[in-house]
Design a protein around this ligand. Structure first.
Ligand SMILES: Cc1cc2nc3c(=O)[nH]c(=O)nc-3n(C[C@H](O)[C@H](O)[C@H](O)COP(=O)(O)OP(=O)(O)OC[C@H]3O[C@@H](n4cnc5c(N)ncnc54)[C@H](O)[C@@H]3O)c2cc1C
Length: 391
């Protein structure tokens, strides 16, 4: 592997966030070098359900999330959609009276911000999602929420970044940061090679903290286990929308549920039962899906879609997300000259990636690609120092 001696900007981590940062930097003329320890999109990015939408996210992030969604829609249109962008819509199911009340509030708040979403009755739901015949009292419906194929989208962003002037290397683990006169001046690779750069961006998902610790920066990020099951292929249209719930919206007794049918026909379900403790070192191993998750997921699927009771399972996977205390990214300048961060995906980094890449590229190059108001919002929302913990 030959690596350059110098780059203007180095991005550490080739998940969707690092790829999007590399694309935005290249488009801004900064000729970045992207270094990925393993394979591009091989960590949480490749295990994602990759829903792109604003529904049921924090209201304070609505404007930037709306921009994030528009960027994916525009990318699909601009490239001829090689990554299966599919605006299939999202249903938030409501199982009890409290849930319906919470759903009403949710919809009212989102609509006040300009979102296209509404409450639907069980009768309307039968039209929108005919196989969702479980004991549902109502649902929220956001018709614009889309999905992308996470592998193909990562590959597309990588190709576009390279075409725009980025260099990108996989199997290129960064071991350390170079510091000169108090400033981060590049990286040292595991094989000892040193690469100098004006700026280094840490976009290393749940490993970001390991790299920042090399220069004494403690980040408020912890890894959280996320898991998914997939069934054998089912008839197309078995599930037409993204079907989701959060506990506070009246879903099942779980933290978060998301079910959808992939382009391949497999039904994917991601049910998080509370916060799952991450065992020491687990992030670096391939992990088994806990049996409790399998049982809860099957129960949930059979409750909502009785016609799918007994459907054969094909595969399962566990990945690790980087979680911050307020469930928002850390994106911006770290308290070492030359060092930047874009990490803390909190389970919805696919949606945010293109927007964050543009935001960060604007901050680094001084050529903002986001409108001034959005840039100001992003600065306030994602300030890496907002917990006052980065030393
Ligand atoms: C089951 C599941 C469902 C999900 N559903 C959604 C969804 O519907 N919508 C949504 O928006 N998001 C969803 N997500 C979350 C989304 O996938 C993540 O937020 C996103 O992929 C995070 O990307 P990332 O680039 O930050 O992290 P990663 O993909 O983890 O990338 C970090 C990269 O850094 C590399 N790296 C680490 N250390 C080094 C080093 N020292 N040197 C070089 N490289 C290094 C790693 O190898 C890795 O490839 C889901 C996730 C899961 C698991």
């Amino acid at each position: 592997m030959t690596l350059p001696e110098r780059a203007e900007v180095i991005v550490v981590g080739g998940g969707i966030v690092g790829l999007a940062a590399a694309l935005a930097l290249a488009e801004a003329g900064a000729a970045p070098l992207l270094l990925e320890a393993r394979s591009f999109g091989g960590a949480v990015t490749g295990g994602s359900l990759a829903a792109i939408g604003t529904h049921m996210h924090g209201l304070e992030e609505y404007a930037v999330m709306d921009e994030a969604c528009a960027l994916w829609r525009d990318l699909a249109a601009r490239t001829g959609n090689p990554f299966e962008y599919n605006p299939q819509g999202q249903i938030g199911f409501l199982l009890d009276a409290d849930g319906v009340e919470a759903g009403e509030r949710w919809v009212a708040d989102e609509r006040a911000l300009g979102a296209d979403c509404r409450l639907v009755t069980p009768a309307e739901l039968a039209e929108i999602e005919p196989n969702l015949t479980g004991p549902i009292l109502g649902a929220t419906f956001a018709p614009d929420t889309a999905t992308v194929n996470p592998f193909l989208a990562a590959r597309t962003v990588l190709s576009l970044a390279r075409a725009a002037g980025a260099s990108a290397r996989d199997h290129a683990p960064v071991a350390d940061l170079l510091v000169e006169a108090g400033r981060v001046a590049g990286v040292r690779m595991e094989n000892g090679t040193e690469i100098r750069a004006e700026h280094v961006v840490l976009a290393s998902g749940p490993w970001t903290q390991d790299v920042s610790a090399r220069v004494g920066i403690d980040l408020p990020l912890v890894p959280r286990q996320a898991q998914c099951l997939a069934t054998l292929r089912q008839r197309p249209g078995t599930i037409r929308r993204i079907v989701s719930a959060v506990e506070s919206g009246g879903g099942v007794d779980s933290g978060y549920t998301q079910i959808q049918q992939a382009g391949s026909g497999q039904i994917l379900f991601n049910t998080v039962v509370g916060l799952i403790e991450t065992p020491e070192g687990a992030r670096d191993r391939i992990n088994e899906v806990p049996s409790g998750f399998v049982l809860t997921s099957i129960d949930t699927l059979s409750l909502l879609f009785p016609s799918l009771a007994g459907v054969p399972l094909l595969r399962s996977w566990v990945r690790f997300e980087a979680v911050s205390p307020d469930a928002r990214f850390l994106a911006g300048r770290l308290p070492r000259d030359g060092l930047w961060i874009c990490a803390g995906d909190n389970g919805s980094g696919y949606c945010r990636a293109l927007m964050l890449g543009r935001f960060l590229a604007g901050e680094i190059t001084g050529q903002p690609a986001l409108a001034p108001a959005l840039r100001a919002e992003a600065r306030a929302l994602y300030d890496p120092d907002r917990f006052g913990r980065a030393a």
